[in-house]
Design a protein around this ligand. Structure first.
Ligand code: GTP
Ligand code: SPV
Ligand code: MN
Length: 597
């Protein structure tokens, strides 16, 4: 295969890495089903994967208990000047970081195969797409990349003899000595794990973890961290956003892009089943949007991915039937529980809790056990084309025109169900000050309130202050074509800790209000934080929501919001120093004034 590769610079890079990492062999991936099958066979034979009797061509992997999610504390943005990484990223000097990692990479693939994965983020022929080459020593990563990205010879063909690509070097960091038995999820200890980005040279080096965004480098590393820096330089946007198409009963189409932090509802909203008669929703993407302004002045978005890497716990026919129907076959499950009849299970699935399963650690688990059977960040990897509500235009090379941007997060209190920005700058302020409770999608404390601007806190590959400015600049360029901006919170709770809002399919009620706002067909009231629906502006037909719950969902507590504003000023905006756009300070001042501060 190597001899067929016409791209000299690519071959040179592969040879250099092979010399450094010293694998037993090099395999160029062609993206075919037979390649996938061979790798899965290998994983099954080496007790890394369990084939599932109940789901065709589907496999369960159990990760090492130390390697269960993204690792923000070991994720680096490495730029020449520290200020260019900004206050929200962990920075290391590129020379120092490369020296540390080169030592780790030395001989790290001994006893293993080096796989070269040519992949495209976005439909191969899309003008918005980008090519990456991931080197990895993990068959699990190769199989996941097969599902999550477009892999194979088509990509190499497009690359030609000198095409541009983003080099993504990954190793699990666990060489094998001759005769050594492999473990079922080899990885390196925490202190040797590095997920490193060099945005000045569009380069990714990841070492030591085999899980999710740490290892499937097309996703967060390329499509968000590196792409956001490229987008800033080149005048487009790389966002942590789902994309969905909503069609109203009159047949009018709306495209919505929504940014929520990890494990805060993107996959669920992307696939929602509207509860309001006559409204139809179709999924275009569930995690990432790449957006470019077209000649008509509108922002067009593509989903750069090819599959879903979705949170398993909580997914059920009740909450997300489209996700359940997407995962019937050809799926990789990670850290789910295994039932006695050879299926997967997790907390929140429909039906009875099984009496006995093998939990995500591989141990016997019986009903009533205090520990969850599936890890809270257990995931499914499924081809997007298997989604029953995938939009027929999901692979349209020019993307779809966005009408509405939504920001949001997980807030048990203070933040109402929905509010609308007064204008673009106010919308950018809403994005820039977004906050959420932390989730199991990252290794670390869960439930801690933090600012997560634009749901990009862990994913912006450059100074977040400059990113805010980029949003303002894009708005200026779009002018009257700029989408309306909304902010939602599906997660407000009452004093007893109960969700006030049913969520999931009922979120269509809120989307309907947004679409009618775009059309100028429905009312709203001005509040200090933005426009909000009056109870009568929301379509609540058929919903059994108590008046007290509705009042609480739409309540804006001025005192609590004064505290929010003070927190933004004293703990958030200060971090950005002179990189904070003046226009956002003006928005904060205007908010304070509306709050009477
Ligand atoms: P990442 O893949 O990490 O980026 O997550 P995501 O933003 O796609 O989140 P996802 O849709 O997978 O939802 C995460 C968790 O939140 C799941 O357990 C869901 O069941 C739950 N969830 C999603 N939407 C809602 C909602 O509207 N209301 C409530 N209460 N829970 C929700
Ligand atoms: C997220 O954490 O936002 C994810 C999962 O989508 S991972 O691919 O691990 O980043
Ligand atoms: Mn995500």
């Amino acid at each position: 295969m190597n001899s067929d590769i016409k791209h000299e610079q690519l071959k040179k890079w592969i040879n250099e890495v092979a010399e450094l990492c010293q694998p037993d062999q090099v395999h160029w991936c062609d993206g075919t089903k037979s390649e996938y099958d061979q790798l899965m066979n290998f994983a099954v034979q080496h007790q890394m994967a369990t084939p599932l009797k109940k789901r065709a061509n589907s496999f369960l992997f159990r990760s090492h208990p130390s390697d269960v999610a993204r690792l923000e504390s070991r994720t680096y943005i490495s730029t020449t000047n520290k200020e260019d990484a900004g206050p929200t990223n962990i920075w290391l000097d590129p020379v120092e970081l490369k020296s540390i990692m080169s030592k780790l990479y030395t001989g790290c693939m001994r006893g293993r195969t080096l796989y070269v994965i040519p992949f495209s983020m976005g439909p191969v022929q899309s003008p918005i797409a980008k090519i990456g080459i991931e080197i990895t020593d993990s068959p699990y990563v190769v199989c996941n990349m097969h599902i999550m990205t477009r892999v194979g010879t088509e990509v190499l063909k497009k690359l030609g003899t000198n095409g541009e690509y983003i080099p993504c070097l990954h190793s699990i960091g666990s060489p094998l000595s001759p005769g050594q038995k492999d473990s079922s999820w080899p990885c390196a200890p925490l202190e040797d794990k590095y997920i490193s980005h060099f945005p000045e040279e569009n380069l990714i080096w990841s070492y030591g973890s085999g899980y999710g965004g740490n290892a499937l480098l097309g996703k967060k590393c390329l499509a968000l961290r590196i792409a956001s820096a490229m987008a800033k330089r080149e005048g487009w946007m790389a966002e942590h956003m789902l994309i969905l198409r909503l069609t109203n009963p009159q047949g009018k189409i709306f495209h919505i892009a929504a940014a929520f932090p990890s494990a805060c509802g993107k996959t669920n909203l992307a696939m929602l089943t509207p509860v309001i008669p006559g409204w139809k929703a179709e999924c275009i993407g569930d995690d990432i949007a790449w957006i470019k302004l077209a000649s008509d002045g509108k922002p067009y978005a593509i989903n750069p991915e090819y599959g879903f890497f979705g949170v398993a716990p909580g997914t059920s026919y009740e909450s997300n039937s489209s996700a359940m129907d997407s995962i019937k076959e050809n799926v990789i499950f990670t850290n789910c529980a295994l039932t006695d009849d050879g299926d997967i299970w997790w907390e929140g699935m429909d039906g009875e809790v099984p009496n006995h399963v093998i939990d995500w650690k591989g141990n016997d688990w019986t009903r009533g056990n205090k520990e969850p059977a599936a890890h809270a960040n257990a995931r499914f990897t499924a081809p997007a084309r298997q989604c029953p509500v995938i939009c027929p235009d999901w692979e349209k090379v020019e993307g779809v025109p966005i009408d509405i941007f939504i920001f949001g997060g997980r807030r048990a209190s203070v933040v109402p169900l929905v509010h609308e920005a007064y204008n673009w700058d106010h919308g950018v302020f809403l994005g820039a000050t977004a906050s959420s409770e932390t989730t199991a999608a990252n290794i670390g404390a869960v439930g801690n309130l933090r600012r997560d601007p634009f749901a990009m806190q862990p994913f912006c590959g450059y100074n977040m202050g400059d990113y805010f400015q980029h949003w303002l600049d894009m708005g200026d360029r779009m002018g009257k074509n700029a989408p309306k901006i909304f902010y939602v919170n599906w997660f407000r709770k009452n004093a007893e800790g109960k969700w006030l809002w049913p969520g999931f399919g009922d979120n269509s009620r809120v989307l309907k209000w947004m679409c009618e706002r775009v059309e100028g067909k429905t009312g709203a009231v001005e509040t200090p934080i933005g426009y909000m629906p009056r109870p009568e502006d929301l379509d609540l037909s058929g919903l059994n929501l108590s008046p007290e719950f509705l009042t609480e969902l739409l309540r804006v507590d001025p005192v609590a919001w004064q505290t929010e504003a003070a927190d933004v000023e004293k703990n958030h905006f200060v971090k950005f120093g002179n990189r904070l756009p003046k226009r956002l300070t003006q928005q904060l001042d205007a908010l304070k004034k509306r709050l009477g501060v």
